[in-house]
Design a protein around this ligand. Structure first.
Ligand SMILES: [Zn+2]
Length: 603
C-alpha cells in the first residue's frame, strides 16, 4: 500500500513503491464474478441490437455506442487487472489461471460485440453519411469514418471465415520464428568463463566500455545465428508470400497500404518522411566520424556504434522523480499533477524483482481509473528517460480520456509515441540544464542523439529492406537467406556509407527482427514519432507561451482526428518533404551539442 501526501512522495525509497491494484479489482475471485457478469451484459446488449444497426437513427446509434463504450471500459479494467497480476508474478498460479479465464471471457465478449463494427461497415455510404451528419454522433465521428475505409477490402462472410480458419497455420510460422530466436543460446565468455547467452544478452554488451567484449559479442551473435538463418528465412518467405496473396484477394494496391491505413497516414506522407530521412543519412555519418575520434579509433566498427561516450553518474529514485516532476511542471503544471497523482495513487511499480515483467510500460484503464506504469528502475541515466517516456504516455491517456470517449481516445501507434518521445525531450533538456557533472552531460547528449538515430535512421533502413523484400517476392522470387543477406547489406550500406565498418556476419542482421514477422512496416512508426516530436520541440523552443496550450489540446484530442489534422495547428504539413527536413536541422543541432559536450568531457 502506498498512499502519501505529495511532498513525501519524493522522499520514499524506491523499494516501497509497488502497484496498488485495488482501483482495478479487489481480488481474483471478485474479478471472475465481474467477468461473468460482463459477458452476460455484452450478450444482452447484442440481443437488443444485433441485426438492427441499419434501422437506427443517429440518437439510437449514439445510445448504443455510449453503452458499448461503457462496457468496453469495464472490460479494459478487468483485462488490465489480470495483465498486471501476471506482470507482478509471472509464475503465480492464481495469476495464470485468471489470465486464461480472462482471455476466454474476453473473446466471448469480443464475439458478442463484433456485429457492431460489421453492420456499421455494411451500411451504404448515403445512410452512413446521413447518420454522421448528426451532431449526436460527433464524439464518435472520426473513428466511425476511419473504420468504413476498410469497406472496399472486406470480402464476403464465407471468404472471411475461410481466411480466419487458416489463421492458426500462419501464426505457426510466426511461432516457429519466435522460438528459433528465443531459444538461441550462444556460448560466450564475457570475462567470467564461457556461458550460454541469449541474443538480447549479447546485444547488451554493445553498451560496454570494453571494446574487445563488444567486438567479440558481435562476432558471437552472427556466428550463433548462422545455423538458424535458413529456417528464419523460410518463415519470413512463407509470411510475405501469404500476405501478398491475401492483399491480391482484398484488392490492396501496395503491401504497405494496410499498415498505412491502420496508422491513418497516407502513402505520400510516409514516402516524404522516408525520403527526407535517407537524404539526411550524412548527419549520422558525421557523428560516426566524430565518435571514432572521441574513442581514439581510426574508424568506427558496428560494435562501436553504441559504445558509451562520457561516464554518467547514477540517479536515485527521488532524483528521478524530481527530474520528471520538475521538467513536466515547467512545461505545464497539469502534466506534473498527473505524474504525482499516479505516484500517490499507487499506480507505479518501480524496482525490478524476480518474477516481475522486464522493460517498462504504461497502460490506460478507463475514464475513471488513472493509468498504471511499470518500470525496472536501476538508477541509470536511461531509466530516468524511460520514466519520463512512460509518463508521456500516461499524461496523454489521462488528458485524452477527460475529453474523448473511450473509443476515440486512442491514436494509432505512430501518433501514440509522440507524447512519450516529447516527454523524454522535456526531461533531457531539464537534466542538461541542471546537471553539472561533465561526464553525465556528455553521456546524456550522446544517448539522446544515438536513441534518435536508432529510431529514425535504423527503422527507415528496416522499412526499406521490407519494401524490397515484398517487391522481390511479388515478382516471383523466393526470399532465401542469400537474397535477404544481399538486400540487407545493400540498404545498410546506404546508411552507414564509408563512415562505419560492418563485419561480414552482419549480413544476417535481418534474421532476428520480430517486427518483420509480426507486423509488417511497423518500424517506421518509431521514425515518425521521433521526427514529429523533434518538430514539436522546435516549435516549443521558438515560442513556449503559444505552444503549450496547443500541445495540451493535442493531448486532449486523443484519437479523435487523423495525425495530419492533429499536428496541423503547429503549421506542420506531413506530406511535404520540407517539413521533415526541418526535423533534421534539429537533429543536427543535437549532433553538434553531443560532439561539443563529449569533447569537453574528455579534456
Ligand atoms: Zn512508448
Amino acid at each position: 500500500m502506498y498512499r502519501v501526501p505529495r511532498v513525501a512522495s519524493t522522499e520514499l525509497q524506491a523499494e516501497d513503491i509497488r502497484w496498488d491494484l485495488t482501483d482495478l479489482c479487489s481480488d481474483a475471485e471478485e474479478a471472475r464474478t465481474q467477468w461473468t457478469a460482463l459477458v452476460e451484459r455484452a450478450q444482452e446488449l447484442a440481443s437488443r441490437y444485433r441485426g438492427r444497426i441499419a434501422s437506427l437513427d443517429a440518437g439510437e446509434l449514439r445510445a448504443l455506442l455510449d453503452e458499448a463504450d461503457d462496457l468496453e471500459q469495464v472490460l479494459s479494467r478487468l483485462q488490465v487487472y489480470s495483465y498486471l497480476r501476471l506482470s507482478m508474478a509471472a509464475a503465480d498460479v492464481e495469476a495464470n489461471d485468471l489470465t486464461t479465464f480472462s482471455r476466454d471471457r474476453g473473446a466471448e465478449i469480443e464475439n458478442a460485440l463484433v456485429f457492431l463494427g460489421l453492420e456499421w461497415i455494411a451500411l451504404d455510404d448515403e445512410t452512413a453519411e446521413g447518420l454522421l451528419a448528426s451532431p449526436a454522433l460527433l464524439p464518435y465521428e472520426h473513428k466511425l469514418r476511419v473504420s468504413r475505409q476498410e469497406k472496399p477490402y472486406v470480402l464476403s462472410e464465407l471468404e472471411e471465415q475461410a481466411l480466419n480458419a487458416r489463421r492458426p497455420t500462419m501464426s505457426a510460422w510466426q511461432a516457429l520464428h519466435d522460438r528459433h530466436v528465443a531459444t538461441l543460446e550462444v556460448p560466450f565468455d564475457a570475462g567470467d568463463g564461457e556461458e550460454p547467452h541469449t541474443i538480447s544478452q549479447l546485444l547488451s554488451y554493445l553498451y560496454r566500455t570494453d571494446r574487445a567484449i563488444r567486438l567479440e559479442a558481435v562476432t558471437a551473435l552472427f556466428e550463433g545465428l548462422a545455423p538458424r538463418a535458413d529456417v528464419l528465412a523460410a518463415c519470413y518467405d512463407a509470411l510475405v508470400g501469404d500476405r501478398l496473396s491475401i492483399d491480391r484477394l482484398r484488392g490492396y494496391a501496395d503491401p504497405m497500404q494496410p499498415t498505412n491505413m491502420d496508422n491513418e497516414l497516407d502513402d505520400a506522407t510516409v514516402e516524404a518522411m522516408m525520403s527526407a530521412t535517407e537524404e539526411a543519412y550524412p548527419i549520422a555519418r558525421s557523428w560516426f566520424e566524430a565518435k571514432a575520434r572521441l574513442l581514439g579509433l581510426p574508424k568506427l566498427e558496428l560494435a562501436d556504434q553504441y559504445a558509451p561516450i562520457g561516464e554518467a553518474r547514477l540517479f536515485t529514485w527521488p532524483e528521478a522523480v524530481e527530474i520528471v516532476d520538475g521538467s513536466f511542471a515547467r512545461f505545464s503544471p497539469r502534466l506534473a499533477e498527473i505524474f504525482r497523482g499516479c505516484l500517490e495513487a499507487g499506480h507505479v511499480d518501480v524496482l525490478p524483482r524476480p518474477g516481475k515483467a522486464g522493460g517498462a510500460y504504461c497502460t490506460s484503464v478507463s475514464k475513471t481509473v488513472l493509468p498504471y506504469v511499470l518500470t525496472n528502475y536501476t538508477e541509470r541515466l536511461r531509466d530516468v528517460s524511460t520514466l519520463a517516456h512512460e509518463f508521456g504516455h500516461a499524461t496523454h491517456n489521462v488528458l485524452a480520456l477527460e475529453r474523448q470517449t473511450w473509443r476515440s481516445h486512442r491514436t494509432g501507434i505512430p501518433m501514440a509515441e509522440v507524447p512519450s518521445t516529447f516527454a523524454q525531450a522535456l526531461a533531457d533538456d531539464y537534466l542538461l540544464e541542471n546537471e553539472t557533472d561533465p561526464g553525465t552531460r556528455a553521456a546524456l547528449a550522446a544517448d539522446r542523439l544515438e536513441n534518435a538515430f536508432a529510431a529514425i535512421y535504423r527503422q527507415t533502413v528496416l522499412a526499406r529492406f521490407e519494401r524490397r523484400a515484398y517487391a522481390l517476392r511479388a515478382d516471383g522470387r523466393s526470399l532465401a537467406t542469400e537474397r535477404l543477406n544481399e538486400l540487407w547489406l545493400d540498404e545498410n550500406a546506404k546508411y552507414y556509407g564509408d563512415a562505419l565498418e560492418v563485419p561480414a556476419g552482419y549480413a544476417l542482421g535481418w534474421s532476428y527482427i520480430p517486427h518483420f514477422i509480426h507486423v509488417r512496416f511497423y518500424t517506421y512508426a518509431y521514425s515518425f514519432a521521433q521526427l514529429v516530436s523533434l518538430l514539436l520541440y522546435r516549435r516549443y523552443r521558438e515560442d513556449p507561451a503559444a505552444f503549450t496550450p496547443k500541445y495540451l489540446e493535442l493531448l486532449a484530442s486523443g484519437g479523435s482526428a487523423s495525425p495530419a489534422d492533429l499536428v496541423a495547428p503547429f503549421g506542420l504539413d506531413l506530406r511535404s518533404t520540407e517539413t521533415w527536413r526541418e526535423a533534421f536541422a534539429e537533429l543536427d543541432a543535437f549532433r553538434e551539442e553531443a560532439d561539443t559536450l563529449a569533447t569537453q568531457a574528455k579534456q
